[in-house]
Design a protein around this ligand. Structure first.
Ligand code: PNS
Length: 167
């Protein structure tokens, strides 16, 4: 039986921490769908298309990884793809409560779906999309946080939208 997993998230934008989880997942599962989904509690900075394009670019060499999007419930998307495993990255204890709640809710919605938590690599423990946007908004250095080819676009957009008074 094929082991099909889904790595869902907002990826607004994808960080080196996310990419590390995608790489490690692609070695663990036969197929990994990276699903760019809507988190109704967040207002995204980048369009779904832009986020998907970035992830596609940086996962080009990973043949069993597919980048996709879906606008409904994660469990419905998983059923459509025949996937049984949700992959989530866990950084610190602070992630746990929210992720625990989501894992239990997804399991309640679909009993045959399990959430598998991967510990984020030590060097990315402090990294999140939100902190990348915060640094970018003030024109800070994004080296090592996101792939080099994304840096300029992130800095430009974050300053235009999040810091509109800065010329
Ligand atoms: O990167 P994020 O913002 O923490 O990812 C959260 C995301 C997008 C995975 C989550 O909000 C989600 O699964 N959204 C789709 C709708 C859904 O199924 N919600 C969870 C069940 S209540």
């Amino acid at each position: 039986m094929k082991r099909i997993a889904v790595y869902p998230g907002s990826f607004d934008p994808v960080t080196n921490g996310h990419i590390d989880i995608i790489r490690r997942s692609s070695r663990t599962f036969d197929k990994v769908y990276v699903a760019v989904l809507v988190n109704s509690s967040k207002k995204p900075l980048f369009s779904i298309e832009q986020r998907m394009e970035w992830i596609r670019k940086v996962t080009q060499g990973l043949d069993n990884v597919e980048v996709d999007t879906f606008s409904g419930l994660l469990v419905d998307y998983m059923r459509e793809k025949g996937a049984g495993i949700i992959i989530k990255g866990l950084r610190a204890v602070s992630d746990f409560e929210y992720e625990f709640q989501m894992a239990l809710m997804n399991h309640k919605l679909s009993k045959d779906i399990e959430t598998l938590f991967m510990m984020t690599s030590a060097k990315y423990q402090y990294l999140s999309s939100s902190i990348v946007k915060e640094v970018a908004r003030h024109g800070g250095c994004l080296d090592g946080l996101v792939p080099d080819e994304m840096k300029e676009e992130i800095l430009k957009k974050a300053q235009q939208v999040l810091n509109p008074d800065v010329k």
